[in-house]
Design a protein. Structure first.
Length: 134
């Protein structure tokens, strides 16, 4: 019986995380500062494929200034691994960008770390890397 409850809770957490990630991706596309701020931990560490690391304030500032502007984001190959109240999400992030009004395209492998805080999942960390050349 306890195993069934654990599996059910795990499935519920996975569904919650999947919805939160989708909400986060939409907020990235929309430059929705309110939602981005709400899902990001005050102690956020946001790593870019270039090696640049931002805290929450710096991350949000890039959307305020237009330095980060996602036109369209497509997420594929997503996996969600949950241990307790921590979720590790990996996916292929393919996006059209308009950073600083300069059209571009980026394909990245992204890992995010989420923590359940109360009824919400909060983004603690994100790291992106460029996929290996094929």
């Amino acid at each position: 019986m306890a195993f069934g409850v654990t599996v059910q809770a795990q499935r519920s957490y996975e569904e919650q995380v999947q919805k939160t990630v989708a909400q986060f991706v939409k907020a990235l596309e929309d430059s929705d500062l309110k939602t981005l701020s709400a899902v990001a931990s005050p102690r956020l560490t946001y790593g870019h494929s270039s090696g640049k690391i931002e805290n929450k304030e710096q991350f949000l500032q890039t959307f305020k200034t237009g330095a980060s502007d996602f036109v369209k984001i497509n997420i594929t190959e997503q996996t969600i691994d949950i241990t307790g109240t921590t979720a590790i999400v990996r996916h292929l992030f393919d996006a059209d960008t308009n950073d600083n009004n300069k059209p571009g395209h980026v394909t990245l492998k992204v890992m995010t770390v989420w923590q359940k805080q109360g009824t919400k999942w909060i983004l603690l960390a994100r790291q992106a890397v460029k996929p290996p050349a094929q």
